[in-house]
Design a protein around this ligand. Structure first.
Ligand SMILES: [Zn+2]
Length: 151
């Protein structure tokens, strides 16, 4: 296995600190892992500028790659093009649903309840358990849920 392939596998397995079952690859935060003259370069794009999880992701990446014995790794933040929820892959959307977090929706559409699927929901608070989530409540089953809103 090449160094590049190993670096790719390790980087893809780093979990997002906001949404632990999802990896940064699931969320589309991991843009590219490539070989450069000096070693390996990892490119990541934060879900939104100022996302508090971003520094933690960079540190986790560095630690994971160092632990695997990969030297000369550079982690770079790429801000353009900006991250969009479209970058969340099918695996990421399925994992979000499995943990009861409503996936991000494009535009002003209603957020469907991740438990019963009802579109009758209301936002309770702009911030949920973390800054990247908003707290919503389902009007059908009355359950509160987090909506991943970073986009
Ligand atoms: Zn519901």
């Amino acid at each position: 296995v090449s160094v590049l392939a190993r670096a790719r596998t390790i980087a893809s397995g780093v979990l997002d600190p906001e949404l632990p079952p999802l990896t940064i690859a699931d969320l589309g935060i991991l843009r590219e892992v490539r070989e450069t003259e000096g070693g390996i370069e990892v490119l990541i794009t934060p879900t939104y500028s100022g996302c508090p999880a971003h520094a933690a992701i960079m540190l986790d990446l560095e630690l994971a790659l160092a632990k695997a014995g990969l030297a000369n790794v550079r982690i770079r933040t790429v801000l353009s093009p900006a991250w969009t929820t479209d970058w969340i892959g099918a695996a990421g959307l399925a994992k979000l649903k499995a943990i009861g977090i409503a996936p991000p929706v494009a535009g002003p559409r209603a957020v469907a309840c991740p438990r019963c699927g009802s579109p009758e929901t209301e936002r309770l608070a702009q911030f949920g358990s973390t800054a990247c989530k908003a707290l919503w409540r389902c009007l059908a089953c009355r359950e509160p849920f987090d909506h991943f809103k970073c986009h």
